[in-house]
Write a protein that binds this ligand. Structure first.
Ligand code: G4P
Length: 542
């Protein structure tokens, strides 16, 4: 099979949601279609249980499991589907953001009772930055939720994207009868409690078909009215608008009851993009190019504490990845070979001989690979866009065992390379500042430092509210700013200067006072970047 044929056969996406909206349940049901898992609950175990937010032991236990479910590959009707798992917990949002750089599209799960929640909004913001195509699955229709039109408005408003329903529900909660497929014009009836794959589908000529009245009684009239309204309010579904991230098609269903999941999957396969091109610092790389290229978007360290192995997750962007072939490690400027690359078919790790664009390959590594690293078949290019976001919580790292400071140094270096937190070092006094997006990471760091490196430390809270990478066209101004603000400047792991502000108000003042300095809220993980590419929508911190 040619590379183009291999590409056409693949779909790589992530399911994202606010915790508890039903991501895990939906993933599990999708895997069932591909025969990916036999036992229900296999995906569930990856989830951080409610009430366990500070239970890092639980997280630690799940770290092993989450390697197995980081990528789930299934084959359905000749298509290879790679589902990239994303942690739902907000404290691990950065991990999710990075995973989103490795997918070609996204399925967003929304709970019909709760509507669009905070984490959904944030994740959607990242999708918008990259124009990632999004399909929305409104879940839990078997529960009494918000009215569908209200939900549509909320989706448009809070997610800043146009929506287009492709199915429409008939009632909700205990009165839920099923969904009407606006595209195929068939009615799909809900059979509560029946969690089977095949279901009751009723083909109708159109909405005037008397069969509707027979099966739905008085609800048929409401359905006709609502569908007429939908067709009047929303534009016809246009695949090009979906692919460019302008319109999100919407499906209704109940993941728990496996209702509406097949509609979702089949439409997904029809409209979702095969592996797409990726931007590099030199040029846009097309998947169909002969020569291999790929980038690392995730690292899992110390899975087995006895061996200091790490697993790097590489997304293949172009050409063909081959086992035992030498590839160029662009950052280290050296050739590198992998003798045991593996994939994630059917939840089992198995060594692979080759992989194609869209595939994710697991690479055992002894410290050569970092998040954002690019591998190629010789070309000196670096993929862009694996972002690092401005952290929100800052603490000083203080060693509590002077005898083991080397271990502490190594541990913190490796854990931050894994993307667990960001490390900033101040010039004055070499103070080490750890920045995270959530409190949970500090517990995880303490625990892992102790258990994996035998190093102990404590964290001293710092009064900073924001950190921004700073750049300027004018080197002298930047240097002067760094000199004056030395006590609030530290350097990230690539040696780039970062300014720390105690309040958003203070940061805004600095932005106003120093117009020739640019304050960035995101940065890239790539080595030697030419400067941050994306800024968060806000120009000022809030
Ligand atoms: P997440 O990964 O997005 O965090 O959500 P997850 O799938 O774990 O689902 C969260 C809760 O919502 C689970 O209940 C799950 O059973 C339930 N759920 C998922 N889909 C549906 C649906 O279509 N209808 C209804 N009514 N509930 C749904 P739980 O009580 O937290 O867990 P469990 O005891 O069921 O395992």
């Amino acid at each position: 099979m040619s590379i183009s044929e291999e590409i056409q056969k693949r779909r790589t996406f992530a399911i994202i949601s606010h915790p508890d909206a039903g991501k895990t349940t939906l993933t599990e049901k999708l895997l069932l279609y591909g025969g990916g898992i036999q036992t229900a609950g296999a995906v569930k175990s990856n989830k951080i249980q409610r009430g366990a937010t500070s239970d890092f032991m639980e997280i630690e236990r799940q770290r092993g499991i989450s390697v197995a479910t980081s990528v789930m590959t299934l084959e359905y009707r000749g298509t290879i589907i790679n589902i990239l798992d994303t942690p739902g917990h907000k404290d691990f949002a950065e991990d999710t953001y990075r995973t989103l750089t490795a997918v070609d599209s996204v399925i967003l799960v929304v709970d019909c009772v709760k509507g669009v929640e905070e984490q959904t909004e944030r994740l959607m913001g990242v999708c918008r930055m990259r124009n990632t195509p999004v399909i929305v699955f409104v879940n839990k229709l078997d529960s009494e939720g918000k009215r569908p039109f209200e939900l549509m408005d909320e989706l448009e408003k809070k997610l800043s994207i146009a929506v287009r329903p492709l199915t429409w529900p008939i009632n909700m909660g205990s009165a839920f009868k099923g969904v009407y497929n606006l595209y195929e014009r068939n009615l799909y009836l809900f059979n509560p409690g029946k969690t089977v794959i095949e279901h009751d589908r009723l083909y109708v000529r159109d909405l005037s078909d008397p069969l509707l009245d027979q099966r739905l009684g008085g609800d048929a009239a409401t359905l006709r009215e609502e569908v007429a309204l939908v067709e009047g309010v929303y534009d016809r579904f246009d695949q090009a608008d979906y692919l460019s991230g302008k319109v999100a098609p919407v499906f209704f269903g109940s993941a728990l009851n496996n209702f509406g999941v097949r509609e979702l999957l089949e439409t997904f396969l029809e409209i979702a993009p095969p592996p797409t091109s990726r931007e590099s610092d030199r040029r846009v790389v097309e998947p169909s190019e002969e020569r291999f290229s790929g980038f690392v978007f995730k690292i899992h360290a110390n899975i087995d504490p006895r061996h200091r192995d790490r697993i790097a997750f590489l997304r293949v962007c172009s050409g063909k990845f081959e086992r035992d072939k030498s590839f160029r490690h662009v950052r280290l400027r050296k050739e590198i070979r992998f003798s045991t690359p593996y994939n994630f078919m059917a939840q089992r790790k198995s060594i692979i001989e080759e992989a194609y664009p869209g595939d994710v390959v697991g690479l055992y590594d002894r410290g050569n690979l970092k998040i954002g690293d690019t591998l190629t078949e010789g070309e000196e290019l670096v993929f862009r866009g694996v972002p690092s976001f401005s952290p929100e919580i800052f603490k000083e790292l203080i060693s509590t065992d002077a005898m083991r400071s080397k271990q502490l140094e190594k541990g913190i270096k490796e854990l931050t390379e894994e993307g667990l937190a960001q490390l900033f070092t101040q010039e004055i006094g070499r103070r080490k500042i750890i920045g995270t997006v959530g409190e949970l990471q500090f517990d995880v760091i303490l625990y892992r430092l102790l258990h994996e490196y035998g190093a102990s430390c404590r964290f001293q809270p710092l009064g900073y509210a924001k950190a921004c990478w700073i750049t300027s066209e004018d080197a002298a101004t930047l240097k002067e700013f760094i000199r004056i603000k030395a006590s609030d400047i530290a350097y990230d792991r690539e040696g780039r200067p970062v300014f720390f502000a105690e309040t958003a108000w203070w940061l805004n003042r600095m932005i106003e006072e120093y117009p020739s300095i640019r304050f960035h809220f995101t940065s890239e993980w790539n080595p030697e970047p030419e400067g941050p590419i994306e800024e968060m929508a806000e120009a000022s911190a809030s």
